[in-house]
Design a protein around this ligand. Structure first.
Ligand SMILES: Cc1cc2nc3c(=O)[nH]c(=O)nc-3n(C[C@H](O)[C@H](O)[C@H](O)COP(=O)(O)OP(=O)(O)OC[C@H]3O[C@@H](n4cnc5c(N)ncnc54)[C@H](O)[C@@H]3O)c2cc1C
Length: 597
């Protein structure tokens, strides 16, 4: 029996973006959060290195520098009005989190501790700047716990382990969602005035990834199926330092604390690719450099990886060569104990997954699929957009990794995602509540669960047939090989063909579990459908862009082409076809120029 619930604001997702939206929406509207995971298991909890804000606690820093670094990091594809807004809000939201109770690491004088991160610089000296506010290497965990506790305090209504499978719309207005309750297998309809999607990313499309199993692109796939566009999907970030063969992330904070990338010849190779900031260049630059080293036979023992070395003697050696100083002017020197206290989880991961102690041995690493710069197009208030003219979809909002504001453009700087979540999560929550106050509940269609039921029945109706795991593995390998760090027209064309073939075979996918309670077999099959849809839209968007920009690196078009391609992609799906349109980038202060680190 389908149950129907009514709340003024429904938020789908309980990560940093969803919880920040819930906190603000719940101040003035009846607000409920639906999440397929228990809230504190959301992926925000995995974020390690920090949240960016030009607090200038230890050395001079400015909001304008943060803003320019973000524009440059985005390879000039980020919208500069949104970037300015995010960076200007950063100090305020960091202090807001602090006042909510977030236990940041501290400087001796009690101010919030800050570390260096890739692409964040003092714009005058061009040297890395201390901008990332952190809580050891558990910053996301602390943000998630703090926001969840505050939501509980504010009496936000939580529907935990409710998996949303569809967005309901009437006459172009969003008016609800359909979810399956994991514990019972029953469908529930949630009737709402405002719906905020905060469902996170889709890194499980690729073979090697830092992303959790739940990162299956549900939000983007659901909105694509409802005829809405996805923006800039071709820009997906590969983080330089994933643990060899596992993809588990080693935070950039390790390099911020002085860790060095070393190739098989024992060279600090980043000196050649980014002479000024070296190991702390932006992620697209470092990931490509690692691939080039490996391709030139300079991997460790000629193999497909390099080392990240944070042994104190190595950190101190290179800090001395670089002339690195502490804010008080004394030479930068670290001990093993200090490193352990700054990145305890990383040390623990290495001991657990690699059986090595990174204070005594270098870590074997390779680039890992990490972050979706693209997603549901929104304006700066989190309102979802339906076309290149910026038409607002009434009642629909998006925030966090699922959304594309766009503040990250073609390449995100580390620490700017956590910032994006809290700044635009807050905006989306405020706006959703405001909209709900002036809107009526738009009536639901007669049979709101039909589309969902059809999708589930098709999967449940098959025994045997294609296996979820086989189709998933074929997709991941193909996307890693041909829509990965480096791309070519032929490779991407063959990926498009392959994903189309997999989508055909997916129609025949079957599951072994035909029960109702906690049927994760069924939901994994449904999630694979989302991944395949997003993979197809990604590959088509990438194939259509004949230039290299940020994370989209084409071997056949190695240069950026501002004259023709300084524009955002919008992709719509109609069956197997993906239709593309383009819209201009908002440039305010910074005209595109060559990007050198
Ligand atoms: C290992 C790692 C380290 C990182 N470190 C940093 C860092 O130091 N600094 C930084 O800025 N960024 C970092 N990032 C990136 C950043 O953590 C993420 O981009 C960000 O946390 C995403 O937050 P979110 O709120 O958008 O999504 P999430 O936190 O992933 O939340 C998504 C929510 O949506 C729910 N959901 C999804 N689909 C459905 C559905 N169909 N129905 C119901 N609920 C659904 C999930 O249950 C979850 O609650 C890191 C990422 C990783 C993977």
């Amino acid at each position: 029996m389908t149950q129907t619930h009514q709340h003024e604001v429904i938020i789908v997702g309980a990560g940093g973006a969803g919880l920040m939206a819930a906190l603000y929406a719940s101040r003035s509207a009846d607000t409920a959060v639906l999440s397929k995971l228990y809230p504190t298991r959301s992926h925000t909890g995995a974020a390690q290195g920090g949240i960016g804000a030009a607090l200038g606690n230890l050395e001079p820093d400015k909001v304008e520098w943060h803003s320019f670094d973000t524009v440059k990091g985005s390879d000039y594809l980020g919208d500069q009005d949104a970037i300015d807004y995010m960076c200007a809000q950063a100090p305020e939201v960091v202090y807001e989190l602090e006042h909510m109770g977030l236990p940041f690491s501290r400087n001796p004088d009690g101010t919030i501790a800050q570390r260096r991160f890739g692409g964040h610089t003092n714009n005058e000296t061009r040297q890395p700047v201390l901008r990332s506010c952190y809580a050891a290497d558990r910053t996301g965990h602390m943000i998630l716990q703090t926001l969840y506790q505050n939501c509980i305090k504010n009496k936000v209504h939580f529907y935990d382990e409710f998996h949303v499978l569809d967005l309901l719309m009437k006459d172009g207005v969003a008016n609800g969602v359909v979810a399956v309750e994991l514990a019972t297998g029953e469908l529930h309809v949630f009737h709402a005035k405002s719906i905020v999607f905060a469902t996170g990313g889709h890194g499980r499309i690729w073979e090697l990834t830092s992303n959790a199993y739940a990162y299956t692109g549900d939000g983007v796939a659901i909105t694509l199926r409802r005829g809405l566009p996805a923006q800039d999907l071709e820009f997906f970030q590969f983080h330089p330092t994933g643990i060899l063969k596992l993809g588990i992330l080693i935070t950039e904070g390790v390099r911020g604390e002085g860790g060095i990338l070393i190739n098989g010849k024992g060279e600090r190779f980043m000196e050649r690719y980014a002479p000024t900031v070296k190991d702390l260049a932006s992620r697209d630059v470092v990931s490509r450099s690692i691939y080039l080293e490996i391709r030139d036979g300079n991997g460790i023992k000629g193999d497909r990886y390099v080392h990240l070395d944070m042994r104190p003697e190595v950190v101190n050696h290179y800090a001395e060569l670089d002339g690195r100083k502490l804010p008080d002017g004394t030479p930068y020197r670290v001990t093993g104990e200090q490193l352990l206290s700054k990145v305890p989880d990383i040390v623990d991961f290495c001991r657990t997954y690699l059986g090595i102690d990174p204070i005594k041995e270098p870590m074997p690493i390779q680039p890992t699929a990490h972050y979706a710069m693209g997603g549901i197009p929104t304006n700066m208030h989190g309102q979802a957009l339906s076309d290149a003219k910026g038409t607002i979809v009434p009642g629909l909002f998006a925030a966090g990794e699922v959304a594309c504001v766009s503040v990250h453009g073609a390449n995100r700087l580390g620490t700017n995602s956590l910032l994006d979540l809290v700044v635009f999560g807050k905006e989306a929550g405020k706006m959703a509540a405001e909209y709900a106050k002036s809107a009526d509940y738009k009536p639901l269609e007669a049979n709101p669960t039909d589309f969902t039921r059809e999708q589930l029945d098709r999967i449940l109706g098959k025994s045997g047939g294609e296996k979820v795991v086989t189709l998933g593995e074929e997709m991941k390998t193909k996307m890693m090989d041909d829509v990965g760090v480096f791309r070519t027209a032929d490779g991407m064309a063959s990926a498009i063909e392959k994903i189309r073939e997999l989508r055909q075979r997916y129609k025949n996918v079957g599951v072994d579990d035909h029960g109702k309670r906690f049927n994760t077999d069924l939901l994994n099959a449904w999630e694979l459908g989302c991944l395949l849809d997003v993979a197809l839209a990604t590959a088509v968007s990438a194939h259509a862009r004949p230039e290299s920009r940020g994370a989209h690196a084409r071997e056949d078009f190695p240069q950026r082409n501002d004259a023709e391609w300084l524009k955002h992609t919008l992709a719509w799906m109609d069956g197997d076809n993906v239709r593309l349109e383009y819209k201009p980038v908002t440039i305010t202060k910074h005209q595109p120029k060559e990007r050198v680190y």
